[in-house]
Design a protein around this ligand. Structure first.
Ligand SMILES: Nc1ncnc2c1ncn2[C@@H]1O[C@H](COP(=O)(O)OP(=O)(O)O)[C@@H](O)[C@H]1O
Ligand SMILES: [Mg+2]
Length: 595
């Protein structure tokens, strides 16, 4: 018996895939989250940078706008001949009368804080905002620029008291002759407030301390009723700011960082703040200080945090979903795999069992054969022994002895007959085929059969019209046909029964080969299903005087000719045995020789 080969256990497909898949998904998720974080941070930085740029642009734009407004005011004054006349004459009283109301309106409605009339030699003739101070020489950058270029000059000017003023100086000429300058200016605080409203940022204007003195600055603060901050930074003084809530952490260190060109994000009293810096230049393009831009990004940061959390949660859910789908799919694969494995295992076991059964069958066939031979030989031998004993006892009676000896001889002949049949059976393997005319073969066999069969049963033969010549061993075929006829006769109890022999063209159903079917049908007892399954086994017989070798010989003959034997039987109605032979000699049929 073949041992069942141990097969490998099905691999744990799930365990093998899920781990690496989860790792891959985790990696992808990490990369994804980092990318999202990077992109969001970039967008948010870009937004803040854009806002800082917008502050610069808007500041410049507002300076331009206010400069234009001041220019219009100056032009209005130029157009006033009385004013021009008073200016030429240095008539301060008339100037005050003519310009005073205008300046009041300008100050109250247009935030104009400074208005000067300056003589060509730079001596201040009249200060509308401070009429008592006059006769001093003014040498501010914007005035020098206006003188040098003889065109209007404008820009920011840092005052001695720490005020940052937008000034416009326009040369006043009549008929090509310079008669003096008009200077007009405004504090820029309101611009900072406007920018704050437009861009939602807080601004802190700082000037470098070395441009101003602390005393002057304090005077200026008092004058303008401001509460500036001198001490917060070592190098800068705060001039103007849009909120009191600049963070406490905004100190020299942070300022240094901003001055180095970097931005800063910080937390202050639950707020997220982003700080950037914009340089401040005066009319002469001199760097005088900084504008710190502060944006409250609390909402943005919260949104950003939430979006990161949302993206992470969604990614986790998606990854979980993918893992789940894979898990189910892999479980199916594993189940199929297991099923296939079990099937293979079962097939292997069946195969092994099948082999074992075959082995057993062979053994039992040999057993049956030996039993059959023993049985066949035993009966006559028992007879021989018994008869010989009797003969011994009755040796005095010659007549009786002769009779007993006849019995012994008869039993011996039975043995010999059996041995002869056995030999005939084994001789079947001697196979010699030649072209054989089937009609005469059948005829000869029927003749032989009639001599052996005492009841003279009717034998009908149906042959095809054309002569059939096949390449067969005629001795073996005759022997097989004879066996079938004898069986048919033995199965037929009724003396009127007919045995039919038929030769007909028939293709082999399974192999599709052309051939001939030589069949013997009877109307005898037929066979039960149980008998049918055993009829081709050697020594299987249902008859007391049978040998069980007839049909095995027929089958053996068929196989030697590459043919086969089939049987149809119905208990009580008859049996039909058909010996199928391949059409091996069709080409030689014309030159056939009969046997
Ligand atoms: N034509 C038939 N009709 C009914 N039974 C048959 C027929 N031919 C064979 N058999 C059955 O098959 C058995 C085996 O036949 P066979 O091999 O010729 O051995 P034997 O004739 O010695 O019994 C017979 O004992 C019989 O039971
Ligand atoms: Mg027989």
């Amino acid at each position: 018996m073949t041992a069942i080969a141990p097969t490998r256990q099905p691999k744990r497909v799930k365990a093998k895939f899920i781990g690496p898949l989860a790792a891959a998904l985790a990696f992808i998720m990490c990369v994804f989250a980092i990318a999202i974080y990077g992109i969001e941070t970039y967008i948010h930085d870009q937004d803040l940078a854009a806002r800082s740029t917008a502050v610069v642009r808007l500041f410049a734009h507002k300076l331009d706008r206010d400069t234009n407004l001041m220019m219009a005011t100056v032009r209005a004054m130029f157009a006033n001949p009385a004013m021009e006349d008073a200016f030429r004459r240095g008539d301060r009283k008339t100037i005050a009368e003519l310009g005073g109301p205008l300046f009041k309106v300008l100050r109250s409605e247009h935030r104009i804080t400074h208005l000067y009339l300056i003589r060509p030699d730079f001596v201040n003739l009249y200060r509308f905002h401070s009429p008592d101070e006059f006769g001093d020489v003014i040498d501010r950058v914007s005035l020098l620029q206006a003188r040098d270029r003889q065109v209007p000059a404008s820009g920011l000017e840092l005052g001695a008291m720490g005020t940052l003023t937008l000034r416009l100086v326009v040369p006043w000429r009549r008929d090509g002759v310079l008669i003096g300058y008009i200077e007009i200016g405004e504090e820029i605080e309101h611009l900072i407030a406007e920018i704050r409203h437009s861009l939602s940022v807080d601004l802190l204007a700082l000037v470098e301390k070395h441009f101003i003195s602390r005393d002057q600055w304090q005077r200026g603060q008092a004058l303008m009723q401001r509460v500036g901050d001198w001490d917060r930074f070592a190098t800068h003084a705060a001039l103007a700011q849009t909120t009191d809530r600049f963070p406490a952490t905004l100190d020299d260190r942070l300022l240094g960082r901003l001055l180095a060109g970097r931005t800063a994000d910080l937390q202050d009293q639950g707020r997220s703040l982003h700080l950037a810096i914009v340089p401040l230049e005066d009319a002469g393009k001199k760097h005088i200080g900084e504008l710190i831009v502060m944006r409250d990004i609390t909402d943005l940061a919260a949104t950003f945090r939430w979006s990161i959390v949302a993206v992470t949660v969604i990614s986790l859910l998606a990854a979980g979903g993918v893992l789940g789908i894979f898990y189910i799919a892999l479980e199916r694969v594993e189940r199929d795999y297991q099923r296939q494995h079990d099937l293979e295992h079962r097939l292997l076991r069946l195969d092994t069992e099948h082999r074992r059964i075959l082995q057993l069958e062979k053994l039992s066939a040999v057993g049956t054969m030996v039993g059959g031979i023993a049985h066949q030989l035993n009966n006559p031998l028992v007879g021989v022994v018994n008869l010989a004993q009797l003969a011994e006892r009755e040796a005095d009676d010659p007549a009786r002895t002769r009779e007993l000896l006849r019995g012994i001889r008869s039993a011996g002949e039975d043995c010999r007959e059996f041995v002869k049949r056995m030999l005939a059976f084994s001789k079947v393997s001697g196979f010699e085929s030649r072209t054989t005319a089937m009609a005469s073969l059948i005829e000869d066999t029927v003749l032989l059969f009639r001599q052996a069969e005492r009841r003279h049963l009717r034998v009908e033969t149906r042959l095809p019209e054309e002569p059939v010549v096949l390449m067969v061993d005629p001795v073996l075929i005759r022997h097989a046909l004879f066996n079938l006829l004898v069986n048919a006769a033995q199965a037929t109890a009724d003396a009127d029964g007919v045995i039919r022999i038929e030769l007909a063209r028939q293709d082999d159903a399974t192999r599709g080969l052309p051939g001939w079917s030589l069949s013997v049908s009877d109307q005898g007892c037929g066979m039960a299903a149980e008998v049918l399954t055993h009829v081709f086994e050697p020594f299987y017989t249902t008859r007391s005087d049978g040998t069980g070798l007839g049909l095995p010989v027929v089958q053996h003959v068929a196989l030697l000719h590459d043919g086969n034997v089939t049987v149809d039987s119905e208990p009580g109605h008859g049996t039909r045995f058909a010996l199928w032979l391949p059409d091996t000699a069709t080409e030689t049929s014309s030159s056939s020789t009969s046997t």
